[in-house]
Design a protein around this ligand. Structure first.
Ligand SMILES: C[C@H](O)[C@H](O)[C@H]1CNC2=NC(N)=NC(=O)C2=N1
Length: 165
């Protein structure tokens, strides 16, 4: 029988998308300002983030020493999300998390995305992010699935009808 972990190991691929897509800013973000804010975050300029294929978001994986540290980091980010009223598309497996910042309304890369990406960089360092770690493609795949199958925050929730009896 195949040892547990063999399947996981075969899926351990390094970084994915190429960062050749131009940024696609949301309509309320001045593109000149956007380009200035964004530049230092991108891999091509020594940062750690890549633009997603559509240019409407930023993404990257993070790795920490333990699950506890990873969860601590995610908690810090979640608290700031509540303050900023902005949420990520993200996933977590053990000691890794994959985070994508994109804005649904108005659609595109917004100032909040850039601010949150920068905040992630600062907080991940404080949580002892493992430098230059390879993160599995599974994190990205999971975040993709959640983003597709999860509800859109911008669509008002329909109230549940009262129970029949
Ligand atoms: C009303 C509320 O502020 C909006 O639905 C917010 C919530 N969080 C959000 N998060 C993200 N990532 N994109 C949005 O467009 C967005 N909209």
């Amino acid at each position: 029988m195949e040892p547990i972990g063999a399947a996981t190991q075969s899926r351990n691929i390094t970084s994915t998308s190429s960062s050749s897509s131009p940024p696609n800013f949301s309509s309320n973000y001045n593109p000149e300002q956007g380009k200035r804010d964004l530049a230092p975050l991108l891999k091509e300029n020594g940062g750690k983030w890549e633009l997603i294929e559509t240019g409407k978001g930023l993404e990257r994986g993070f790795k920490f020493k333990t699950f506890k540290k990873t969860w601590e980091f995610m908690n810090i980010i979640a608290a700031e999300c509540a303050v900023k009223k902005h949420h990520p598309e993200w996933s977590n497996v053990y000691n890794t998390t994959f985070i994508r910042w994109t804005t649904h309304s108005p659609s595109g890369l917004s100032e909040k995305d850039v601010i949150m990406a920068k905040y992630c960089d600062e907080q991940s360092e404080k949580c002892g992010e493992v430098e230059n770690a390879e993160t599995s493609a599974v994190g990205k795949e999971l975040a993709d699935r959640v983003a597709t199958e999860g509800g859109d925050c911008c669509v008002p929730k329909r109230k549940e009808p009262p129970p029949a009896f």
